[in-house]
Design a protein around this ligand. Structure first.
Ligand SMILES: Cc1ncc(C[n+]2csc(CCOP(=O)(O)OP(=O)(O)O)c2C)c(N)n1
Ligand SMILES: [Mg+2]
Length: 413
């Protein structure tokens, strides 16, 4: 009989979270990377080799003293920054109201962007209106930037008679054709190859239409991510591919999604310029996205970005993070709170004060409350009215298949 050989087994320490419930989290205080560390390469000439340091370092603009520094400072005017702050505040207040609705049974499920508000908002603001957005469920903020009506967003989350997809999507899985905001898919990651494909079509047609997409650290462990990067590397379409590394994929730590190097560095192997950016720094996010768009528009193709952040809230209304991570971990995150950081920067440059902030908060709060009441008039989960059951069968197939027809007849609708 042949003797079986034993091989060294993988240690179980791979992929574990550094801190668990009851531990004191520590991320080393503040970031060691400084805004002056990294240059801003010429976007119209930059190749992947020029971004080796940008993929392992961290692009920042706002320093620990809330001042904008370094080559990546986008030099935004007051109006743009205040607008950005307003969008972020609107998203946070909106999210809180929606979660309350879920807790009181008015809608079935909810996902907040808490702690990640700057990402989709700054990045969408840096784009042009003809650009296409391929989001995951944590970028609803892009819709505020593109001007979607809040009542319509709430009606979608409830799935009531005014929901533009008539309850056929999960709440928060928005779709909004007018804003070029592509339907969010429940199977995570599909949006990356779709964004690359549409960008290829845009280049083929000679249009100045750039695509942007986001997926999470956990999702980047899927094949979809690599298929998209491979096509982006080969065909060099005008696309901006973001991996939002928020440390967690529900209860799975980001250490289980990649083997040591940063998420950004993986793009270099595909010969795609790759940047790593502080995802809680509104100005840095705006700046890298403008840079990537300039490259795409100049015909230089894709940019790969790791957005380094922390998921401050639960994964969704169905999740309880106290079961797998210290409850106050967010307080130790060196990137801080994105809303607070832009607010403090605006105060530092004397464009903002607590009084203006409180007044804006009140204005948004009223706006959200009014929209919430208006949306509920079209029905909520607790008290209806509900869309008719016949909508299960309509508007999906042009020619209804026999088995669906049979089911409809059986239901008598
Ligand atoms: C293909 C697929 N697998 C699993 C799931 C269940 N699921 C939904 S979100 C999620 C975690 C995703 O984590 P990450 O990509 O890090 O994004 P985050 O929620 O942190 O933004 C999982 C496993 C799914 N929706 N689709
Ligand atoms: Mg994640």
């Amino acid at each position: 009989m042949t003797e079986r050989k034993t091989i060294a087994t993988t240690p179980y320490t791979i992929g574990v979270a550094p801190f668990r419930p009851g531990d004191e989290s520590s991320f080393g205080g503040s970031f060691t990377e400084k805004p002056e560390d990294l240059n801003r390469p010429d976007p119209a000439k930059c190749e992947s080799n020029d971004t080796v340091k940008h993929a392992s370092g961290l692009i920042r603009v706002m320093d620990d003293d809330n001042q904008a520094k370094g080559e990546w400072d986008p030099g935004l005017d007051a109006e743009t920054m205040i607008q950005g702050l307003e969008y972020m505040m609107r998203l946070r207040i909106f999210d809180d109201r929606m979660l309350k609705m879920q807790r009181t049974g008015k809608l079935s499920f909810y996902m907040r962007s808490f702690g990640e508000e700057a990402i989709a908002i700054a990045q969408t603001m840096a784009l042009e209106t003809q650009d296409w957005i391929f989001p995951s469920y944590r970028q609803p903020g892009a819709q505020f930037v593109r001007g979607r009506d809040m009542v319509s967003m709430i009606c979608h989350c409830i799935g009531n008679t005014e929901d533009n997809v008539k309850g056929r999507q999960m709440p928060v899985h928005y779709t909004w054709k007018e804003g070029r905001f592509i339907s969010i898919s429940s199977p995570v990651g599909t949006q990356f190859s779709q964004a690359v494909g549409v960008a290829m079509a845009s280049a083929y047609k000679g249009l100045d239409e750039v695509c942007i997409s986001w997926l999470g650290d956990g999702t980047s462990a899927q094949g979809d991510y690599h298929y998209a990067l491979n096509f982006a590397s080969t065909f060099k379409p005008p696309v901006i591919l973001n991996v939002v590394n928020n440390q967690w994929a529900i209860s799975t730590h980001k250490n289980l999604a990649t083997g040591g190097r940063t998420f950004a560095e993986r793009g270099l192997a595909y010969d795609i310029p790759s940047l790593r950016v502080d995802g809680n720094d509104f100005l840095a996010l705006y700046s890298v996205t403008k840079w990537a768009r300039e490259r795409a528009s100049a015909g230089l193709g894709p940019t790969h970005i790791e957005v380094y952040t922390y998921r401050a809230g639960a994964h969704s209304s169905s999740d309880d993070p106290s079961a797998y991570r210290p409850e106050n971990e967010f307080e130790f995150w060196p990137g801080g709170d994105p809303v607070e950081r832009l607010k403090l920067h605006l105060m530092e440059v004397k464009l903002w004060d607590e009084k203006k902030h409180a007044a804006l908060e009140k204005k948004i709060d009223d706006e959200v409350m009014t929209a919430y009441k208006e949306a509920c008039e079209f029905g909520d989960l607790a008290s209806g009215p509900y869309p008719p059951a016949s909508t299960i069968f309509t508007e999906v197939y042009e020619t209804v298949p026999w088995h669906v027809q049979e089911q409809r007849e059986e239901l008598g609708k």
